[in-house]
Design a protein around this ligand. Structure first.
Ligand code: HEM
Length: 528
């Protein structure tokens, strides 16, 4: 019996091995360079043995693949047997992200969505997020929520960011008083958490006051990938695996953390509706956006009706999913951008000094010198903008920008046809570190983002926020938040290196984003 079983397993194994070997000829047959695939996963930096061994950060792996292949315009890889394309050329990125967008509306292929569809409630929340939505559903959700991020709406929210900024400055001030080194990622993590909590969840997360804040703890846990999710994902891919997971009430995504946020958002929405209170924060704007959408759908309804009458169950899932995506897409990205920028300021005192001069000129022009800059003032600081762009050039948080091919696509100037279902990843990490595009790419230099320097470069050479109709919807919010926070801290304190400050950044192999592995240690010194 055991003998038959072993033979059976070996046959299945052998069958898949031979099948994959045949499929892994696609790129060779088309004469396209590609890294060698490894059984059984293939060669994608996103999904392979590295996902289990967690030796490299996947964005770093993507950069190393491009370097090893000599920065080709594009190269091939495989996810299991499916050929996928990785693009390292800005012009080709423009085709995929903008010109031929109708072939690449989705971020993920059908396989992934189908795995989650009809499953656990937690997984339903995740596939209804804007980042994961596909086709017309994505188009309508994006159109509904785009107006909540306009400049006018952000102006209304700036006061909430100012409140959290005061806490940040106080906290850095305390570090400066002790004279001891401290960690930047944690500091800006608190700032980003409290900003999103107040703007998107209507909650005071109290990260600066309360080290054990449950909101912050859950949010942090959300962003660390573990072998567990990948294992559940693989089980769901095995025939019958999805049914087993459903019977055992196990979602593929993190269950308790998702439900924690679901309850926070749901309670806030219910509270707003019952008490009819308004803060004009993202929650209110989301309720307005859903209300406007429902009015458009049925204009026979009385437009004066309050949103509580219009609010439906499906709306609840969409809203919770959207609030959740703001946290998921906005928390770690913004806090890491601020922490990495501050690290680079400590490592490059000349750049920090130039930024300080710009900030102090602005302070001199403010009506209340002790107050905060208003929306227009903070937007009129070119060097601050250049510094943040250089941080994201050096370290694009999302090093691989994904699109799924939704209609067969002839790769320009080739005879290669990408089939519906194949995925394309724009290797932003490789584009940002290609010495032909950015000379001395391993050097931190904000001068790369002067108006003249930008005009001399391909407009798609910077992909820190993606590009095209599916770019980062929260870009303005993120930049506003980061600028206000850094402005407030840097006008009062100087970041300086200490012997514990890392000389070079290495990326966390466990993280999905390109975030530093080591603590970012600096000292803060009060300016006289
Ligand atoms: C510095 C901070 C941030 C960075 C570097 C960043 C970067 C990105 C990137 C690279 C993408 C993919 C774009 C593409 O596929 O072309 C993206 C998508 C997205 N981001 Fe951000 N992001 C940041 C902050 C935020 C914030 C604060 C929010 C929400 C308030 C947000 C919400 C989103 C959403 C919802 C998407 C998906 C858009 C869609 O599929 O239509 N992001 N972001």
């Amino acid at each position: 019996m055991i003998f038959e079983l072993v033979i059976g397993v070996l046959c299945v194994f052998g069958y898949f091995y031979i099948k994959l070997k045949f499929k892994w000829t696609f790129w060779k047959d088309h004469n396209v360079s590609h890294p060698q695939p490894e059984f059984p996963f293939g060669s994608s930096p996103m999904f392979g043995w590295n996902s289990f061994t967690q030796k490299y950060n996947m964005n770093e792996l993507a950069k190393n693949q491009a370097i090893a292949l000599g920065f080709p315009k594009f190269y091939g890889n495989y996810i299991f047997g499916t050929p996928n394309l990785i693009v390292c050329d800005p012009e080709m990125a423009k085709h995929i992200l903008v010109k031929d967008f109708d072939h690449f509306v989705d971020r993920q292929g059908e396989t992934f969505t189908k795995l989650l569809e009809g499953g656990h409630f937690v997984d339903q929340l995740w596939i209804n997020q804007m980042t994961a939505l596909r086709g017309d559903k994505w188009k309508s959700t994006r159109a509904t929520f785009t107006p909540i991020f306009t400049a006018g709406k952000l102006k209304g929210m700036i006061k909430f960011i100012h409140e959290v900024t005061n806490d940040l400055v106080k906290s850095v001030g305390e570090e400066a008083k002790t004279g001891k080194p401290f960690e930047l990622k944690e500091k800006f993590g608190k700032f980003s958490m409290d900003t999103i909590a107040t703007c998107a969840f209507g909650v005071n997360a109290k990260s600066f006051e309360d080290e054990s804040s449950i909101f912050a703890k859950n949010a942090k846990a959300m962003f660390r990938s573990s072998g567990e999710e990948i294992l559940k994902f693989i089980i769901a891919m095995i025939p019958g695996g999805k049914v087993v997971l459903k019977l055992l009430d196990i979602p593929i995504n993190k269950k308790y953390i998702t439900l924690f946020f679901y309850n926070v958002i749901r309670n806030t929405i219910m509270h707003r509706m019952e008490t009819k209170t308004r803060r004009n924060d993202l929650i209110d704007l989301m309720i307005d956006a859903m209300k406007a959408e429902n009015c458009n759908k049925d204009d026979t309804e009385d437009s004066e009706l309050d949103h509580d009458l219009r609010f439906k169950q499906t709306d609840e899932v969409t809203m919770v999913a959207t609030a959740l995506v703001i946290l998921v897409a906005g928390y770690d990205t913004t806090s890491q951008t601020m922490a990495i920028t501050s690290y680079f300021m400590a490592r490059n005192p000349d750049i920090q000094e130039k930024l300080y001069q710009e900030i102090m000129e602005c302070v001199g022009e403010m009506k209340d010198e002790k107050g905060h800059p208003d929306y227009n003032q903070i937007q009129s600081l070119p060097y601050l903008d250049m510094v943040l762009h250089e941080t994201l050039r050096f370290n694009p948080l999302l090093g691989l920008i994904g699109r799924a091919c939704t209609k067969n696509y002839n790769i320009p100037d080739t005879n290669i046809v990408l089939m519906k279902g194949n995925e394309v990843h724009i290797n932003a990490m490789a584009i940002h570190h290609n010495p032909d595009i950015y000379p001395n790419p391993e050097e931190y230099d904000p001068e790369r983002f002067t108006k003249e320097a930008k005009a001399n470069r391909h407009p798609y050479a910077f992909l820190g926020f993606g590009q095209g109709p599916r770019n980062c919807i929260g870009m303005r919010f993120a930049l506003l938040e980061a600028k206000l926070g850094l402005f407030a801290v840097l006008r009062k304190y100087k970041f300086v290196s200490t012997p514990e400050t890392e000389e070079k950044l290495t990326l966390d192999p466990k993280a999905f984003l390109s975030v530093p592995k080591e603590p970012l240690i600096v000292k803060a010194v009060e300016r006289s």
